[in-house]
Design a binder for this molecule. Structure first.
Ligand code: COA
Length: 371
């Protein structure tokens, strides 16, 4: 068996930023238009009046201050409230593939590898822009990589489940140099007209290079990974060909991200805490051994709770870095952004824990040691 290490990471950040204030201004304009257009039905009790959103609520409930998006004007147009991401011609690169390639180029440069060294690409993301051919195979072609490639989806845990898959293949020798890439265009599966969740998501792409340690590279040794799933409908997106055929897309709300946020909060927290405690026990890692926690980036209160539970005390500044204030929830990419941006200062022998959680439910974790 080989030892697997992460030798490079990359983050592609879209150019457009939407602040909470901009988001709320456009949402409230949409609400005013909606209420005016349905005034009679609202008075007759046939349609529910819509309520304004608030930037203060968003910051306090989630910790989010802004988000990056692939298209801004479509989202902020109160008559539209959806990104303008036109389908590309069949002979042009897809949007996910293009974002993924940007993130991979940064990760490969950090790893000191060329595309031809790569023999596996996993495109691990929450929503794929088409059913097939796999986005990962398109990325393989655009990069000029060899070997094979495939897509996988475990929602917010896609990247950590992808990391386990890649690391296991590197360990057993079926591949030598793998890439886990997570292009997350969350803006296209978010209902921007739903006050309960319109602030939650942003767009990004992340990539990790996973290789054999004995190939003489430095990076983060993947000491072990753990994945767990337990079915729940509390976070879901029912979009799919069966629904589309039967419902003719009329019930659009059902075809995008939906969640019962309160239930998610209550049910996922104990699941994550238990999962991390079990992983640490099996790996014989004590709280005092952990220099860093790179957690899923959905909600600040949630991360504060998990950080305190894992370490047995309030995390000190920098021990449990959050990026959600800048990026919002970027699904599976969130913990990888935190890892990519907050790991350079770690010394050889330092240990950290990467952990994602979300729809499924799913939890994926990795104990990483700087080498
Ligand atoms: N602006 C202003 N007020 C809002 C609002 C908005 N955009 N959205 C909701 N509210 C109001 C509600 O109407 C409610 O008011 P009420 O008490 O008078 O009825 C109040 O704020 C609380 O709403 P609630 O939805 O219960 O908020 P919350 O405190 O649970 O926070 C989340 C909402 C989504 C931030 C939180 O539940 C969460 O983070 N859950 C887990 C999310 C998660 O990890 N999901 C994984 C996704 S991959």
């Amino acid at each position: 068996m080989h030892s697997a290490i992460i030798t490079g990471t990359g983050v592609f950040t879209p150019e457009n930023v939407i602040t909470n204030e901009e988001l709320v201004e456009s949402y409230n304009a949409f609400v005013d238009r909606f209420n005016a257009a349905h005034e009679e039905e609202i008075v007759a009790g046939e349609v529910a009046e819509r309520t304004h959103s608030s930037a203060d609520f968003i910051r306090e409930a989630s910790g989010i201050e802004q988000r990056y998006v692939m298209n801004k004007d479509g989202v902020l147009d109160p008559t539209r409230m959806f990104p303008r991401l036109d389908a590309r011609a069949d002979d042009a690169p897809g949007l996910m593939a293009e974002m993924g390639v940007h993130a991979i180029q940064t990760a490969l440069a950090q790893a000191g590898r060329a595309p031809e060294d790569v023999d596996l690409i996993l495109c691990a993301a929450s929503n794929h822009e088409r059913a097939y051919p796999a986005i990962a195979v398109e990325i393989q072609e655009l990069l000029g990589a060899g070997g094979f490639a495939f897509d996988m989806n475990v929602a917010c845990s896609s990247a950590t489940f992808g990391l386990q898959t890649a690391a296991d293949m590197v360990r057993t020798g079926s591949v030598k140099c793998a890439i886990v890439v997570s292009p997350e265009i969350c803006s296209a599966h978010l209902e921007w007209r739903d006050r309960d969740c319109h602030f939650i998501f942003g767009d990004v792409a992340t990539a990790m290079v996973v290789e054999r340690e004995e190939d003489g590279k430095s990076g983060f040794r993947i000491r072990s990974t753990r994945c767990v799933t337990k079915f729940s409908n509390n976070i879901r997106n029912n979009n799919g060909f069966l629904r589309r055929t039967h419902d003719q897309m009329e019930d659009r709300r059902d075809m995008q991200f939906m969640q019962n946020g309160r239930k998610v909060f209550k049910e996922v927290l104990p699941m994550v805490s238990t999962h991390i405690a079990n992983h640490m026990e099996h790996e014989q890692v004590q709280a005092g051994d952990l220099k860093r926690l790179w957690l899923h980036q959905a909600n600040k209160t949630m991360n504060d709770y998990i950080g305190k539970k894992v370490l047995g005390r309030e995390p000190e500044a920098g021990e449990q870095p959050n990026i959600l204030q800048d990026y919002a929830n970027t699904s599976s990419a969130g913990s990888i952004i935190a890892f990519s941006k907050y790991s350079d200062d770690m010394a050889p022998g330092d240990v950290g824990l990467l952990c994602s959680f979300g729809a499924g439910y799913s939890v994926g974790s990795a104990v990483l040691e700087r080498v």
